[in-house]
Design a protein around this ligand. Structure first.
Ligand code: ITT
Length: 205
């Protein structure tokens, strides 16, 4: 449990979309600093084999080199018919450039002719606070659309239809994504822990 009330924390990401999503989610509760705010412009390599390992690796990198308590998120799109792929390899699914259009193209062709479109986004947030590590998970189930639709969001959003909706994450209002998404669910657990000391999932050492 945090020793004192947290009102400011670093989010170890270079992804501007993630940063603005999270700032919107925690608006009025906690101030979020990005990596550029602390003078970190390093490309942090994601060499882990799981989302948990990669999230921890990013958070530890910033803590060790910059000295800030912080949290990092690693997200994967897990497609049932593909045995959970692309999963931890989601960002470089179609190659090292990480081009979202190419990633979606590859996924849509991998699912061509397959009726089972079930999938989930899974986000793991790793927090390093007072020398302790904590993990928080958020999962949203849904389906993979037959073609890309919508212009908002980022990454795989144009082909992911969250359960209970007909539109993709790139078609719904951002306020909807920020309420129901994998990252919103993981963030809710993180915020609860930071503000109230409640821990829902932790693999802390
Ligand atoms: P950082 O590591 O700097 O946080 P990143 O963009 O590399 O940013 P991830 O490794 O977590 O983030 O992302 C893995 C892939 O999943 C990548 O292709 C993202 O575009 C995609 N992704 C992550 N969150 C997403 C979301 O909310 N909606 C759609 N795609 C998402």
């Amino acid at each position: 449990m945090p020793e004192q009330k947290i009102n400011k924390i670093v989010f170890a990401t270079h992804n501007a979309h993630k940063l603005s999503e999270i700032r919107e989610i925690v608006k009025g509760q906690i101030e979020i600093l990005g990596l550029t705010d602390i003078g970190c412009h390093d490309e942090i390599e994601e060499t882990g084999n799981t989302l948990e390992e990669n999230a921890l690796l990013k958070a530890k990198y910033v803590k060790e080199r910059y000295g800030y308590d912080c949290f990092a998120d690693d997200t994967g799109l897990e497609v049932d018919a593909l045995g959970g792929e692309p999963g931890v390899y989601s960002s470089r699914y179609a190659g090292p450039s990480g081009d979202p259009e190419e990633n979606m193209k590859k996924l849509l062709s991998a699912l061509q002719g397959i009726d089972n479109r079930s999938a989930q986004f899974r986000a793991i947030i790793a927090l390093i606070l007072n020398e302790e590590e904590h993990l928080f998970e958020g999962v949203i189930r849904g389906t993979i659309a037959r073609e890309r639709r919508g212009g908002s969001g980022f990454g795989y959003d144009p082909i992911f239809v969250p359960e209970g909706y007909d539109q993709t994450f790139a078609e719904v209002d951002l306020s909807v994504k920020n309420r129901v998404s994998h990252r919103a669910l993981a963030m809710a657990k993180l915020i609860d822990f930071l503000l109230n000391g409640k821990k829902i999932l932790s693999l802390g050492r």
